[in-house]
Design a binder for this molecule. Structure first.
Ligand code: NOJ
Ligand code: CA
Length: 563
């Protein structure tokens, strides 16, 4: 099989996100690796996806599991070698799968050579100018240069031996690059081309909203009382959505477009990670025609299970991105979010005013897994009906839950460590995948006996790939059916038309010849009023449901005229 010759492949692609550390472990050290992925591509291709996205696999001290890059031109030894990477790309392409990498431009690791050079070169040096080094405030410079807080807890500044401070939006181990510095711009141009030359088909781009800072780095305004510490960075107007960031993205688009022109047949895509918290006006800026190809709409992922919030998330994204000619990019899960089965099963899931921030941390409410699973099933049918592109996160297709009760000593997420346990962080959605029922091999995660890097809960094997593959009622069967139904829709139709507005308990729209209806309430809804030709249920998230006249609670259906 070869790659489809489609320059706009990404506009309606289904992309499968692999958290490299947790997908499959070929050498049995308990850590996922590139060879593990290569060995399991048949499973991924059979799901019916068009591309994979690999989370960062570069050499890294793994303080933030690869989002702290020590060398942008290599492969983390625990994950393999450049040869393993080349083999993986070749095998993906042979399976008809494109490959997106993950690039981290806002910051690197404090073990990156440039940062080490900056430390030894001292204040005022060209080496320090690649980062944000500043003198402190206070009589002896003992106070940070400003009041900014880090996204993962604590101040956004760390002091070094000679008394200066450096800025880090995330953790002390992730110094921010200064993008006004020409060396930084030039290095990343080289990084992009290096991986394009190795066959990569594009990048997910990390933390784009944080790149670019207000000149002079002024103090941020006071935070509203009660703001969670990990929400503070997301409210700092001087380090968020700063306009100079867009100069970088315009430049990157030129680099990408030029590469395509110079390499006929290559079709590249970039997708921006931008949390814009119900600000579609901000979101759309990242996909103006000369910036990224795609930007995730996280408003849907972060919307509580309520018809009004779900409708608003879809509608505002559709309108905003449509206004700049961009296609939509949806996801229900990723490696930073509580898994949807758990999220939608939370006691506060139906409160339209809950979950105002990025929902990384909730652990204080009861979870009903049966309800959560029904809703996650419904959400997947909704997702597949939306125009644009969809991103799935490994294990979502198995209906895995967030592992909420990981022992404290097993947790590795810097959010947990930096907040001293006040926030649980994201380990719970990163537990290694179950492939079989054999606990000795980490439920088939490893190719032989092993101890996976995060402990898997007992019974993890009940949702193993091997188990679900033999069960027509499993989440896996639903995902396969849903993706096949989506692939059968007429291509290129990106129009969504809202339907049944008087039934406010529904999220209902027509698209590409089907009527997609989500009932996000606990009460059955009658659809008698549809009238017109005879209709049939093409797809339902509820097993055994085939009556087009009703939508059961927490269910999503696709309906179309018979014939
Ligand atoms: C967003 C990534 O998805 C997350 O995992 C990471 O911790 C931060 N950016 C910092 O790079
Ligand atoms: Ca391994």
């Amino acid at each position: 099989m070869t790659l489809p010759e489609d320059p706009l492949w990404w506009r309606d692609a289904v992309v499968y996100q692999m958290y490299v550390r947790s997908f499959a472990d070929a050498n049995t050290d308990g850590i996922g690796d590139l060879a593990g992925i290569t060995g399991r591509l048949g499973y991924v291709a059979a799901l019916g996806v068009d591309a994979i996205w690999l989370t960062p696999f570069y050499p890294s001290p793994q303080r933030d599991h690869g989002y702290d890059v020590a060398d942008y031109f290599g492969v983390e030894p625990a994950y393999g070698t450049l040869d393993d990477f080349d083999r993986l790309v070749a095998e993906c392409h042979r399976h008809g799968l494109r490959v997106l990498g993950d690039i981290v431009p806002n910051h690197c690791s404090d073990e990156h050579q440039w940062f080490r050079d900056a430390l030894s070169a001292g204040p005022g040096s060209a080496e320090r100018a690649r980062f944000y080094f500043r003198d402190g405030r206070g009589e002896n410079g003992e106070l940070p240069p400003n009041n900014w807080l880090a996204a993962f807890g604590g101040p956004a500044w760390t002091r070094v031996c000679d008394g200066q401070w450096y800025l880090h939006t995330f953790t002390t181990w992730q110094p921010d690059f200064n993008w006004d510095n020409a060396d930084v711009v030039e290095m990343f141009d080289t990084v992009l081309r290096f991986w394009f030359d190795r066959g990569i088909d594009g990048f997910r781009v990390d933390a784009v909203t944080h790149l670019g800072k207000a000149p002079g780095l002024p103090d941020a305004p006071p935070l509203p009382p009660g703001t969670r510490e990990t929400d503070a960075a997301g409210r700092n107007p001087y380090s968020l959505y700063w306009p100079s960031g867009h100069d970088v993205w315009r430049h990157w688009r030129q680099v990408t477009d030029r590469y395509e022109r110079d390499h006929p047949g290559r079709h590249l895509a970039t997708v921006a990670e931008a949390y814009t918290a119900n600000r579609p006006d901000v979101l759309l800026q990242y996909v103006r025609p000369d910036e990224f190809h795609q930007v995730f709409s996280f408003d849907l992922m972060l919307a509580p299970w309520h018809p009004s919030t779900l409708r608003r998330a879809i509608d505002q994204t559709y309108t905003a991105l449509g206004s700049v000619g961009a296609s939509m990019t949806w996801a229900l899960n990723n490696h930073d979010s509580q898994r949807s089965v758990t999220r939608y099963g939370r006691a506060d899931a139906t409160d339209p005013d809950s979950w105002t921030g990025n929902n990384l941390v909730y652990h204080d409410v009861a979870v009903d897994v049966v309800v959560g699973t029904a809703r996650a099933r419904a959400a997947s049918v909704l997702l597949a009906g939306l125009p644009g592109s969809i991103y799935l996160y490994q294990g979502e297709e198995l209906g895995l839950q967030e592992v909420l009760d990981l022992p404290a000593e097993a947790r590795t997420d810097p959010i947990y460590l930096r907040t001293e346990g006040r926030e649980l962080g994201r380990d719970g959605c990163r537990v290694p995948l179950p492939w079989t029922t054999d606990p000795v091999t980490g439920y088939g995660f490893s190719a032989g006996p092993s101890r996976p890097w995060l402990p898997q809960p007992e019974g993890w094997g009940r949702q193993a790939v091997a188990v679900e593959a033999a069960d027509d009622d499993a989440m896996l069967a639903l995902y396969r059916t849903v993706l096949a139904a989506r692939a059968a829709l007429p291509a290129g139709d990106e129009t969504l038309t809202w339907q049944l507005p008087e039934l406010t308990q529904l999220v209902a729209f027509s698209r590409a010849g089907v009527l997609v209806v989500l009932n996000a309430t606990g009460v059955e809804v009658q659809l008698d009023r549809l009238g017109g030709p005879e209709r049939e249920v093409v797809l339902s998230s509820r097993r055994g449901h085939s009556d087009p006249g009703v939508v059961p609670p927490d269910t999503c259906v696709w309906i179309r005229p018979v014939g």
